[in-house]
Every structure is written in structure tokens, then in C-alpha cells.
Design a protein around this ligand. Structure first.
Ligand SMILES: NC(=O)c1ccc[n+]([C@@H]2O[C@H](COP(=O)([O-])OP(=O)(O)OC[C@H]3O[C@@H](n4cnc5c(N)ncnc54)[C@H](OP(=O)(O)O)[C@@H]3O)[C@@H](O)[C@H]2O)c1
Length: 334
């Protein structure tokens, strides 16, 4: 153990893209656990679009990170010292922590990472901490897909999107994905999607029409903006739109236009429902069991983009907004 702790602190609220001076990388003393706390060393840091939301002083589902506070993140680490009766040195923990080598934790924000046969810790953390349950509950509980229906998902080559399309196939649906390059579209086909649209190149309404000849029953929205509008215009009667995220707007510095096809919600009796995966926290074991089984059966592929070094966290985070990553983006720290 070194006696220096490296910590990323939020210094400024970003406006538009996350500039270098939004965070600073400090060297600080390692904290000592108080009664009921444990100290853990960071092994993996999950990088998520919501990190950008947490940096902003906007209305959101959690308080934003305070200025000068350590940057919040979804983390996985190993306990090195404990003053909590339920945790001992060597335990692996995961949950909501901060971007730092060493940090203090306690339930309910941090809990033991349960070992799963045949699934490595990095994969278990990457798949089960956020994106797997998001895809599972967002599609199955909010989207309610029925066999034979058409499911469209945006940011389909990303962590949540690639799982949504594969779960749609497992449920007997036609799966259509949109992604930002031909290479990503080829990946979608390899993952079993029935059709893939490169939204940078293919004209959206027409490409969607070709890919969804029977219309859209479920549009799993990761992006908002233009693709949401195009899908609204092609939804079938009683269609569902699980609103998972709006990544096309997270870096917007000003107002964003509303969807032109909003009237479709009335005319087609659509159900548009936002959700936050934390709403389903009590039911995570159900999602984990199903996802782990599909993984072991070879029905689900989970791709990770693992980068090295806590010092690279900020530059790596930007890849979520440029699309310059392949699969679940994470940092290997120790
Ligand atoms: N509701 C919840 O509880 C919950 C939980 C987790 C995630 N989410 C949301 O789910 C979505 C996906 O998250 P993820 O972790 O799986 O990330 P991801 O899809 O692995 O990465 C983000 C992807 O978004 C696409 N993108 C970025 N900027 C875009 C833009 N301006 N227009 C269109 N596409 C853009 C990029 O793909 P392309 O190269 O294809 O453009 C990028 O690869 C995000 O909206 C996130 O906020 C919600």
C-alpha cells in the first residue's frame, strides 16, 4: 500500500463538452475508516453517461456532485481495512463510490460483490452493476415486448443498447438497432440484430421504415432528439417507449427542440415511461440470475472496453459522447 491517494475532484460545472478544467486530479492522504465503515482499494471504475449528469447542477434523480467534492462513480474494489462487522479485508465490494484509489464505504451505497460461477469479477461488475439491470428492467418491465413485435433501440452498439437488442431476440422479437458507424452496425448483425441503421449515414425515417416494415412496437430510447422523433412517427397502436436516457442532449449548452411527432402519443395511444434502474434495486437478483444464465448459455454476449489507469478516467469518459469505445466502458485501476 502506498500512502498517497489519488482523487479526482469536481472543480467546475461543465458547459457543453467536459473540458479539462472541470475536474482536477489530486494527491491526498488515504482516509481512515470510522466506526461502521470500511476502507477499500479501487479495482474497477465504471464510466457512465450519467457521470456527465451528476456534474451538472440540473434537476436530476440524485443530488449533483458538490463543487470541490470527489467525483462520484460506480465502483468495484477490495476491502483493505474494516471497522464494519459485516466486511473484512479481502472482500470485494461494489456500488456508488468516488473516483479515488482508496475510499471509505458502508452499506447501503456499497455492498459485497457476490461471486458468480464462471463469471470473472470485472465482467460481473460491468454487466450487473448498472447496464444489465437497466436493459433487463427497461425492456421487460417498461417496454413489455411480446414475441413477434418489433423493438428498436438507439445507441444499440453501446453497453445498454447491445443488451436490449439481444434480450429482445431472446424474447422472440424483431430487433433493430441504430448506431453511429458501419463498423458498429456490423457488430449489431453479429450480435443477432435483424437490422442495423447507421444514423450518421442512412436517412432516418426511410431507413427505419425499411428496417421495420411492420412499424415499431417498442422504441427503447437511449438517445432522444432526432431518432426519438423518427421512431415516434412510426410507432404502432399501443406502442411503448421506455425512456432510458437522452445522451444526445447531455452536452447541450442551450435549449433543445422538442419532438415534432409528439401528437403520435395521443393518436397511437403510446405509453412513454421514463425509468431509473435504481427503482428496481430490490429486484436486481432477478435480473442478475436471468442475465447470468443467458451468458452461460451463450445467448448473450457482453463486450467490455477496459482502459488502464485512474489518471485516464476523464479522457476515457469523453469516449461515451464521441462514440469512440466498444462495449461497456471501464477503467482498470488496481
Ligand atoms: N435510466 C437509467 O437508469 C440508465 C442507466 C444506465 C444508462 N442509462 C442511459 O442509457 C444510455 C446508454 O448508456 P450506456 O452506459 O450504455 O452508454 P453507451 O451506449 O455504451 O455509450 C454511449 C453511446 O451513445 C452514443 N451517442 C453519444 N452521443 C450521441 C449523440 N449526440 N447522438 C446519438 N448517439 C450518441 C454513442 O454511440 P454511437 O457511436 O452509436 O453514436 C456512444 O457510444 C445513456 O443515455 C444513459 O444515460 C440510463
Amino acid at each position: 500500500m502506498t500512502d498517497v491517494n489519488r482523487v479526482w475532484r469536481l472543480r467546475k460545472r461543465p458547459v457543453g463538452l467536459i473540458e479539462d478544467d472541470v475536474l482536477s486530479f489530486e494527491r491526498e492522504p488515504i482516509p481512515e475508516p470510522g466506526e461502521g465503515q470500511f476502507l477499500f482499494r479501487l479495482n474497477y471504475l465504471s464510466l457512465d453517461p450519467t457521470n456527465r449528469i451528476w456534474m451538472s447542477d440540473m434537476d436530476q434523480y440524485m443530488p449533483p456532485v458538490a463543487l470541490d467534492a470527489p467525483m462520484r462513480g460506480v465502483v468495484c474494489g477490495t476491502v483493505t481495512d474494516s471497522r464494519h462487522a459485516g466486511f473484512a479485508a479481502g472482500d470485494m465490494v461494489s456500488g456508488i463510490g468516488v473516483w479515488a484509489d482508496y475510499q471509505l464505504g458502508a452499506p447501503p451505497l456499497l455492498n459485497k460483490l457476490a461471486p458468480l460461477e464462471g463469471i470473472a469479477a470485472a465482467q460481473a461488475f460491468g454487466l450487473f452493476a448498472v447496464v444489465g439491470p437497466t436493459a433487463y428492467f427497461g425492456l421487460i418491465e417498461v417496454g413489455k415486448p411480446a414475441a413477434g413485435e418489433t423493438v428498436v433501440v438507439s445507441a444499440a452498439a453501446g453497453a445498454v443498447g447491445s443488451l436490449v437488442g439481444q434480450i429482445a431476440k431472446i424474447k422472440g422479437c424483431r430487433a433493430v438497432g441504430s448506431a453511429g458507424s458501419d463498423e458498429k452496425c456490423r457488430t449489431l448483425t453479429e450480435l443477432g440484430f435483424d437490422a442495423a441503421i447507421n444514423y450518421h449515414r442512412d436517412g432516418l425515417p426511410l431507413a427505419l421504415k425499411r428496417a421495420c416494415p411492420k412499424g415499431i412496437d417498442v422504441y427503447f430510447d437511449n438517445v432522444g432528439g432526432e431518432i426519438l422523433d423518427a421512431c415516434l412517427g412510426q410507432m404502432n397502436l399501443n406502442g411503448r417507449i421506455p425512456t432510458c436516457g437522452l445522451i444526445s442532449q447531455y452536452n447541450a449548452a442551450g435549449d433543445v427542440p422538442g419532438p415534432k411527432n409528439y401528437p403520435a402519443i395521443v393518436m397511437k395511444r403510446l405509453r412513454v415511461q421514463g425509468f431509473i434502474v435504481l427503482d428496481y434495486a430490490a429486484r436486481y437478483p432477478e435480473a442478475i440470475a436471468a442475465l447470468a444464465q443467458w451468458l452461460r448459455q451463450g445467448k448473450l454476449t457482453f463486450r467490455m472496453d477496459m482502459r488502464d489507469g485512474l489518471e485516464n478516467a476523464l479522457s476515457a469518459l469523453r469516449a461515451l459522447f464521441s462514440g469512440d469505445h466498444r462495449g461497456k466502458l471501464m477503467i482498470h485501476v488496481h
